[in-house]
Design a protein around this ligand. Structure first.
Ligand code: BG6
Length: 474
């Protein structure tokens, strides 16, 4: 079904996220016929950065040309462009925005739904929400909120209170774009639509789980944002913990928002608070010399940690999480290590050959994604020699991915449809900050690592007797 008619208001319309993801994403939705029958998009920013309608259209055209999947041309672009307008908004001067939204609503006709997308820095967040409340624009409207949602439990609670003063939770869509990735949503299909995997998905059969999102890129000039944030807040509290929720959750009653999010939050409630002794914080050599970085900075650009989920399914199964900048490769991988069976029936040299070979399930959720079962197999030849075998499901070669949506496209569409299933909920977010508190209060010192490696050496000890899995590319 198509979303009902909409006026989408994009705060932070001149910012980086809007340029890279949101404007190109909205255009793609329009091209794919997924936007509402009738819609308008109103860009907004503080008066100092204000554009006029023509300026905003040119800005959007450039963004789509640079980052979009198809060029801004032809009838689809003309139609999309004609739906764009601009209204500046400052806390004490909201009039241009109110007028622009009014005009857009009139152009759509009837009583379209309002959707506010807050792609603004955290400091600006509360004032925008207040403005939406005081002008009455928030009435019946929905709001998409970007990460980071707070920096600790106290600030997350404050933000939730500020949002809830204006929007009740059923109208709040907190984005964690990892939940919009096709291959992440496939974790639900893999687990719950098959008889093959779910029976293994517990402490009886799985000895450890790894959630690994190394990045090759460095901070790419984002010192201002990164210095005060660090990898733990930027990647773990948001993306990796959310993924952990999908990997570890009990089967929801149904694939709808309340059931799904209830199960996710139950996982978060079962998580033991992060023990700083089970965390390695790293910083790549050269970080302190980057422009805008404090020469004595203690901000981590890498983090590896062990998380324990104390429930009936996972007790005793460590979850190893890792993410960092300037690492050897960029990957998005979940690995479930299977318990070692009794290999006694195999001859000694076959057992030795099995050493270091993997018996594991690997979910690669880099677009378009793959799932690989790696196991031991008999090598051809007269002797019983064990070697590495694998079975691979590859999205790209199993399906046509023409209809695939990028994470942001998928999530903006879901928000227009009013479906909160892939958005984080206030209690879940608060719980994750609560779980993170011991680490935030006493972080271990950062350890240096050379760019292009997998992080500080001490990460090996963190996961012993297991090891870090580095799956082959397919
Ligand atoms: C963002 C972080 O949320 O996610 C970035 O702020 C990070 O630091 C990015 O690079 C990774 O997203 P993806 O989809 O490219 O893995």
């Amino acid at each position: 079904a198509r979303p009902e008619d909409h006026v989408v208001v994009l705060f932070g319309a001149t910012g980086d996220l809007a340029r890279r993801k949101l404007l190109p994403g909205l255009f793609h939705l329009a091209k794919a016929g997924l936007m509402p029958q009738r819609y308008r998009i109103v860009g907004s920013a503080p008066a100092a950065e204000a554009l006029d309608d023509e300026g905003f259209r040119a800005h959007a055209r450039q963004a789509v040309a640079e980052f979009g999947r198809s060029a801004p041309e032809g009838p689809a672009w003309k139609e999309f462009e004609s739906a764009l307008s601009f209204g500046a908004a400052d806390p004490d001067a909201p009039e241009p925005l109110v007028a622009a939204v009014g005009d857009a609503e009139q152009a759509v006709g009837g009583s379209p739904r309002r959707l506010f997308h807050l792609a603004v820095p955290p400091v600006a967040f509360t004032s925008v929400v207040d403005l939406l409340g005081s002008t009455g624009l928030a009435q019946e409207a929905r709001v998409i909120v970007e990460k980071p949602f707070g920096t600790d439990l106290a600030s997350a609670r404050e933000l939730n209170a500020a949002v809830h003063a204006v929007f009740d939770e059923s109208r709040v869509f907190r984005i964690d774009h990892f939940l919009g990735k096709e291959a992440v949503d496939n974790i639900l299909a893999l687990r719950f639509a098959n008889g093959l995997f779910e029976p293994l998905w517990n402490r009886e059969h799985i000895s450890h789980v790894q959630i690994d999102v190394p990045e090759q890129i460095d901070i790419q000039g984002r010192a201002h944002f990164f210095e005060g944030t660090g990898t733990f807040r930027d990647m773990v509290v948001t993306h990796l913990f959310q993924l952990l929720g999908f990997v570890a959750m009990e089967p929801p009653v149904a694939l709808e928002a309340q059931s799904l999010r209830d199960e996710q939050v139950k996982v978060f409630r079962s998580m033991r608070p992060v023990d700083p002794a089970h965390v390695v914080r790293g910083q790549y050599a050269g970080y302190r010399a980057e422009s805008g970085v404090d020469p004595a900075s203690d901000t981590e650009t890498f983090v590896a940690l062990r998380v324990d989920v104390d429930n009936w399914r996972w007790a005793g199964v460590p979850f190893h999480l890792r993410s960092g900048k300037a690492l050897a490769e960029g990957r998005h991988v979940v690995t479930l290590g299977l318990r070692e069976p009794v290999l006694r029936m195999f001859p000694l040299d076959a057992r030795a050959a099995a050493d270091g070979r993997a018996d594991e399930l690997v979910i690669d959720f880099a677009d378009p994604g793959s799932v690989t079962a790696r196991f031991l197999a008999k090598e051809p030849g007269p002797a019983m020699q064990l070697g590495q075998g694998s079975m691979v499901f590859d999205y790209g070669s199993s399906f046509t991915t023409d209809n695939a949506l990028e994470a942001y496209e998928h999530l903006i569409l879901q928000a227009m449809l009013g479906d909160q299933a892939l958005f984080t909920r206030s209690d879940g977010i608060e719980r994750l900050w609560e779980v993170s508190a011991p680490l935030l209060e006493s972080p271990p010192p950062v350890q240096p690592y050379a760019p292009g490696t997998w992080g500080p050496d001490s990460i090996e000890a963190l996961v012993a007797p297991y090891r870090w899995h580095l799956p082959e590319r397919h």
